[in-house]
Design a protein around this ligand. Structure first.
Ligand code: GLC
Length: 645
């Protein structure tokens, strides 16, 4: 939109401030809210002005901020103050995430509350519960087709249970993250229902086309997310007599974010969820929000302006709330979700580091860290107030997003390496120990992604089958190496439920007709509480995993250099088997070395610069002198070294 002259913009902002002051005049915390408006009002304006008619939309947004704040409980208002005093809580080395489906983890939301002790014991400070708002009846993309953002899936509980859980988690020092599905709603959502029966306002919430002319033009540039079970990006609807934009499944209707009414609906939903105690919203599929003809309709600049508006509104009304961007896009684009240029520090606080995850699995398959090192070096700096969410596995497939330029820099073909990774992890490459499966094989592009749990992909399942103890040890060490990178990279590490005890693939997912088509359910097993008890008691391979993970968590907690504000430097090691990360920090420099191969390596002492003399390995606690003999690392061994005081 055309920006207003500065004087007029300042006037509009001042009018909005007065409006907010009047709305909250009786509220004892009105001055706090106005101070926050003074801090974040300009961000709000700038974001609005970039996309919408800011003058017309700002008063509506201000009203939502006022009503959202008015409904905020005293406890959550106190939490806002605490979080503003410690804004880096999620960047600190003691931050640790855990990701689970409420039903698979504990049956219900109330059940999750009964396992808070387990999470605390592990050191968890952040819990992401997978989609639990009311979805359409199955199939619903694992809950990512939301029918009602203001109620909970009935078999899991109620909004009241959710608020109670949030409060118990808060008392235990754990923040709650939920998904916010922004790109689309279920076709059963009231907005879509109303659009279908002729409500013109609600029709403008969606992207509809009377014939194929425009969809066909868009299609030339659009990738297919689910080519196997949902080819194409548009779905014909008889009632609307139109093609509806459906990037994902045919029953997930993309929203028209060019309509400010959609923005206002979501600001209201965001504050509603924040007022139930949600601390962080995972902005699902955020890359797809804005559509521009002639582009892939991902990563459009307007997405960042819109995020800036939503975040500024949340900062003013409920500043304890964080945003986490789920943008599974290339290195050059993903950093923009943490804010570059005028958006720096003003949009999402967290973003998934998809590339790191992909590259770690690729490195294990190759038996080399070179491509991993090359790709991490490509990443631009991120604002010091933000952090990566690092992870080894999640509920989704692994898409082999390996940049052709990175592959070429090492003399590899991008397409061939991607095919190798997919085949390796589907267990279809000679010598592969992995037990994954292909997901969404696309014969047109040759693209195929991978499903499977961490343990099964790493070789635990095949080693157990063959009864090969050496292979089992290697597989466990591989998982621990992957987690050492995940926990040691900086940012908030996320443990995917069951990885701590090595849950294997759930092959029975095909027995459920609602899941049978979608093999991502292979890596969504039910939590095995007996296995956690066995692991705790030192029995079985789970004990080695849990013990190893606990050592890593403890090492992280005592390593100030792992604060996310201190970026890791990636060091080109002379030895291609290792990833070397170095952090220079006033509290003590740290050099981390990860052997991503199944063989022992000897490293030159120069690799460990600037460390010299007596050093301590934070993981093993071992203290030793660095000498010209260098350092020896066993298969998949990691070391985080710091100087001794
Ligand atoms: C995100 C989710 C994925 C889902 C998609 C569509 O990428 O992680 O599971 O299928 O969004 O909502």
């Amino acid at each position: 939109m055309n920006p207003l002259p500065p004087a007029q913009a300042a006037q509009a902002l001042a009018a909005a401030r007065s409006r907010l002051a009047a709305k909250l005049a009786q509220d004892p915390m009105v001055d706090d809210v106005l101070a926050r408006f003074d801090r974040w009002g300009q961000d709000l304006w700038d974001g609005l002005e970039a996309v919408y008619d800011a003058q017309a939309t700002l008063p509506q947004v201000v009203d939502l901020i006022a009503s959202g704040f008015a409904a905020r409980s005293p406890d959550l208002r106190a939490r806002d103050v605490q979080r503003l005093l410690r804004p880096d809580w999620f960047q600190r080395p003691d931050a640790l995430g855990y990701v689970a489906y409420a039903d698979l983890f504990a049956g219900t939301i109330e059940g999750v509350g009964q396992h808070i002790g387990y999470l605390q014991d592990l050191g968890v400070t952040y819990l992401h519960l997978m989609p639990l708002l009311q979805p359409r009846p199955a199939p619903n993309d694992g809950g990512y087709a939301v029918q009602d953002y203001r109620s909970v899936r009935p078999d899991l509980g109620t909004m009241h249970d959710l608020a109670q859980l949030a409060s118990s988690l808060h008392q235990a020092g754990i923040a709650l993250t939920l998904d916010l599905v922004l790109n689309h709603v279920a076709e059963e959502h009231a907005w879509a229902e109303q659009a279908r029966v002729g409500d013109l306002d609600k029709q403008r919430y969606f992207l509809t086309f009377p014939d194929r002319t425009i969809p066909d033009q868009f299609e030339q540039f659009l990738p297919e997310v689910f080519p196997t079970f949902a080819p194409g990006n548009f779905t014909w609807n008889d009632q609307l007599n139109a093609w509806v934009w459906t990037t994902f499944n045919s029953w997930q209707w993309d929203l028209n974010w060019a309509n400010p009414a959609v923005l206002c609906e979501f600001i209201d939903i965001i504050l509603f969820l924040a007022n139930h105690g949600v601390d962080c919203l995972r902005l699902d599929a955020i890359a797809f929000l804005w559509k521009t003809m002639g582009t892939s309709c991902q990563n459009q600049p307007q997405v960042h302006d819109i995020t800036q508006v939503m975040r500024a509104a949340a900062r003013i009304a409920a500043p304890a709330l964080l945003f986490k961007a789920e943008a599974i896009v290339g290195p050059d684009d993903v950093v923009k979700y943490l804010g570059v240029g005028s958006h720096a520090g003003k949009i999402s606080d967290l973003a998934y580091h998809n590339s790191l995850m992909v590259q770690v699995w690729s490195a294990f398959a190759m038996g080399s860290a070179s491509l991993l090192t090359q790709s991490i070096k490509r990443f631009a700096a991120i604002p010091s107030t933000t952090a990566w969410a690092t992870y080894l596995r999640c509920h989704d497939d692994i898409g082999w997003a390996i940049d052709d330029r990175d592959a070429a820099a090492l003399g590899l073909s991008g397409p061939m390496h991607r095919a190798f990774c997919a085949d390796y992890y589907a267990g279809q490459f000679p010598g592969s120990v992995a037990r994954g499966a292909h997901f969404q094989s696309n014969p047109l592009t040759g693209d195929r992604r991978t499903s499977g749990t961490t343990a099964s992909l790493a070789g635990v399942e095949s080693a157990l089958e063959s009864g090969d103890d050496t292979a089992l040890r290697l597989a466990i060490d591989k998982v621990l190496c992957g987690y050492a990178i995940t926990l040691g990279f900086g940012g908030i590490p996320l443990i995917y439920m069951g990885d701590e005890i090595g849950l294997l693939n759930e092959h029975d997912f095909v027995a459920n007709p609602d899941h049978a088509q979608d093999n991502r359910w292979l890596h969504r097993p039910v939590m095995d509480w007996q296995a956690t008890k066995n692991a705790d008691a030192g029995h079985g391979y789970g004990a080695d995993l849990l013990g190893g993970l606990r050592r890593l968590i403890a090492a992280r907690q005592e390593c100030p250099a792992l604060h996310a504000a201190v970026p890791p430097e990636v060091f080109d090691a002379a030895h291609g088997s290792v990833l070397v990360l170095r952090r220079l920090h006033p509290a003590g420099n740290v050099v981390q070395v990860f052997n991503v191969t199944s063989t022992t390596v000897n490293l030159d002492v120069g690799t460990l610069w600037p460390l010299s003399g007596s050093v301590r390995d934070l993981i093993s606690g071992h203290i030793f002198e660095l000498t010209y003999l260098g350092l020896t690392l066993g298969p998949y061994q990691s070391t985080w070294l710091t100087v001794t005081n």
